[in-house]
Design a protein around this ligand. Structure first.
Ligand SMILES: Cc1cc2nc3c(=O)[nH]c(=O)nc-3n(C[C@H](O)[C@H](O)[C@H](O)COP(=O)(O)OP(=O)(O)OC[C@H]3O[C@@H](n4cnc5c(N)ncnc54)[C@H](O)[C@@H]3O)c2cc1C
Length: 286
């Protein structure tokens, strides 16, 4: 299986991110989503890792399932919040044993539905990367926040922290954003700081204003006011979806034109909007 660094050196990638479902209904939905989206043969598929709770084990289970049953490279997310060094080691060893070549190394967010976690043995994502670099031969990705991390004291301080982190990785994947300029400016800021690794933009298909509002409150970032009003004022769900998808199509085209090394889709475990996007963009299902 080719690592993501290897794939990026061969050409433009496209990828999906899924999260471990919390309910039986969610599990069925994820299965159907995969039936729809996996035939598009993504370059890689990433699986999120919930800080705390049962989704930790679920990430490993889904990673194994996909590793054995698809041709795509699988990218497990790994968060260090609340973890000891030994716990991280145990989990990464299991990934290495099944032939995983890449890890997305993250700090992680506090869980929403369980007790808050204390910091673990690694304070920041950079500490986790350092540990993984010393102990494993893996291709390593990190999170990038084009509009700055929401908890940072200022954008400029955050850019310094982000550049120090991204510099040590093989690739970065961005938090979703809705304006191509956020990506272009961020990439410029990284270049000024001598960071040249591939930064893959994350795209969330836009259709539901309430969902977008919730996501932005969690992840930070901004949503274009004009698009917000257009979607909100649309009379029915079909029109909202059309406006949102059109915006996402334009964004993907602008990103590719601007030289993005790949596109990472956040389908939110649903297939409808992402499949529509892929079809408009002429990605073929096999
Ligand atoms: C592509 C992607 C995938 C994600 N997947 C998951 C997931 O699976 N599970 C999950 O729980 N969350 C996930 N997240 C969310 C992410 O964990 C949160 O945004 C988290 O709050 C920050 O993670 P990080 O790895 O960017 O942290 P870090 O890089 O450690 O940064 C966290 C904060 O610390 C600050 N900082 C960094 N270094 C220093 C330093 N040396 N001194 C002082 N301050 C510093 C930064 O400015 C920032 O404010 C994902 C995010 C992205 C973009």
């Amino acid at each position: 299986m080719t690592s993501i660094s290897g794939l990026l050196s061969q050409g433009t990638t496209f990828s999906f991110e899924f999260y471990p479902p919390r309910t039986e209904k969610g599990a069925k939905q994820l299965m159907t989503t995969m039936e729809h989206l996996l035939p598009y043969n993504p370059s890689f598929i990433s699986i999120t890792y919930g800080a705390g709770g049962s989704s930790r084990e679920q990430t490993l289970e889904i990673v194994k399932e996909l590793k054995y049953n698809t041709r795509s490279t699988i990218l497990p997310h790994l968060t260090c919040i609340g973890h000891t060094r030994n716990e991280i080691e145990e989990l990464v060893n299991q990934y290495v044993d099944i032939g995983i070549t890449d890890i997305l190394a993250l700090h992680g967010d506090q869980p929403r539905n369980s007790a808050p976690l204390t910091e673990g043995d690694f304070k920041f994502a950079t500490d986790l990367i350092e540990f993984l670099r010393i102990n494993y031969d893996l291709s390593l990705g990190v999170a990038a926040h084009t509009e700055g991390h929401p908890a940072a004291s200022s954008y400029s301080t955050d850019l310094e922290h982000q550049s120090s982190k991204i510099r040590t990785a093989d690739f970065a994947i961005t938090q979703f954003f809705f304006d191509v300029n956020h990506y272009i400016l961020f990439r410029e800021e990284m270049k000024k700081r001598k960071v040249f690794i591939p930064i893959i933009p994350g795209i969330i298909p836009v259709t539901n204003p309430a969902e977008i509002d919730r996501m932005i409150r969690l992840a930070g970032g901004t949503f274009p006011q004009k698009l917000w009003e257009e979607i909100n004022n649309a009379s029915d769900q079909e029109s909202k979806q059309r406006i949102g998808i059109n915006h996402s199509i334009q964004l993907v085209k602008q990103l590719l034109k601007a030289g993005a090394p790949g596109i990472h889709f956040y389908p939110m475990n649903r297939w409808q909007e992402t499949e529509q996007l892929l079809q408009y963009l002429d990605f073929n299902s096999h």
